[in-house]
Design a protein around this ligand. Structure first.
Ligand code: 6PG
Length: 251
């Protein structure tokens, strides 16, 4: 039985980023105290980008960078210096501005033109880091996610094969509407996390957020619905604009 959804509606985007930053710090301090390290998977997209910028500017001294280990929940199949690279975005907004050891950063090896090989290599990196036996999934302390207007999260897009994956950790997921493969953690990884935090801002997400949190459409059409950590917290950081069509939450 998964934990109840923790919906946090913030008045403005800035307050959303501030609340999410506080959660990252809280999760990091707790993980290091309990297990000696903090494992986090970053998301791409503009909403998390604002969070990384805020942390780099205001909270970098609050995080245990030497005990933090940074992965990506998904990545575009582009070189690491490509403008579309999630790694490049995180490097430019935060990782180049804080004292995290390079050895603690695990970018997706997207230089390889074979997307399947990229996914297999990254899966081995994750397996090795977490010391996983066959059939085991990594339990990240925190996985940050965004949600697209179509309800996709990470690179798990509606009606894509990646949604059905039950055993792999990382997949090259073909996204027909983008005419490209995207490298992504699978749902079992997202649902094994101690904490999953969605960051959703803006009125363009309002109808989708209502469907994801309150609607009855199948998860294959709104993949964010399929993220329910089995033994973990699920926090939705949303601003009032994104929450404007919700019927159940106090606005
Ligand atoms: C990516 C992200 C993707 C993103 C959503 C929402 O690689 O782009 O992983 O899943 O989180 O598209 O993006 P915004 O927050 O920019 O709307």
């Amino acid at each position: 039985m998964s934990a109840p959804v923790d919906l946090r509606i913030l008045t403005t985007p800035q307050e959303l980023f501030q609340a999410a930053a506080e959660e990252v710090i809280h999760a990091a301090v707790e993980a290091v105290a309990e297990r000696g390290r903090f494992t986090i998977a970053l998301s791409g997209g503009s909403t998390p980008k604002n969070l990384y910028t805020l942390i780099a500017a205001n909270a970098s001294s609050s995080l245990p960078w030497n005990q933090m280990f940074v992965f990506w929940g998904d990545e575009r199949h582009v070189p690491p210096n490509d403008p579309d690279s999630n790694y490049r975005m995180a490097r430019e907004t935060i990782l180049s501005k804080v004292s995290i050891p390079v050895a603690n950063i695990f970018p997706v090896p997207t230089e390889n033109p074979d997307a399947t090989a990229v996914a297999e290599a990254y899966e081995q990196t994750v397996r090795k880091f977490f010391g996983l036996r066959p059939g085991e999934f990594p339990r990240f302390d925190l996985i940050l996610l965004g949600m697209g207007p179509d309800g996709h999260t990470a690179s798990l897009f509606p009606e894509t094969a990646g949604l059905q994956e039950k055993s792999r950790i990382v997949l090259a997921n073909w996204v027909e509407k983008l005419k490209t493969s995207r490298i992504t953690f699978t749902l079992p990884v997202l649902n094994a996390a101690r904490i999953v935090a969605f960051l959703v801002s803006g009125t363009d997400k309002a109808a989708t957020l209502r469907e994801v949190l309150e609607g009855s459409a199948p998860g294959e059409k709104y993949p964010s619905k399929l993220v329910r950590p089995a033994q973990g917290k699920l926090i939705w950081f949303v601003d009032r604009a994104a929450a404007s069509e919700l019927t159940t939450a106090a606005q």
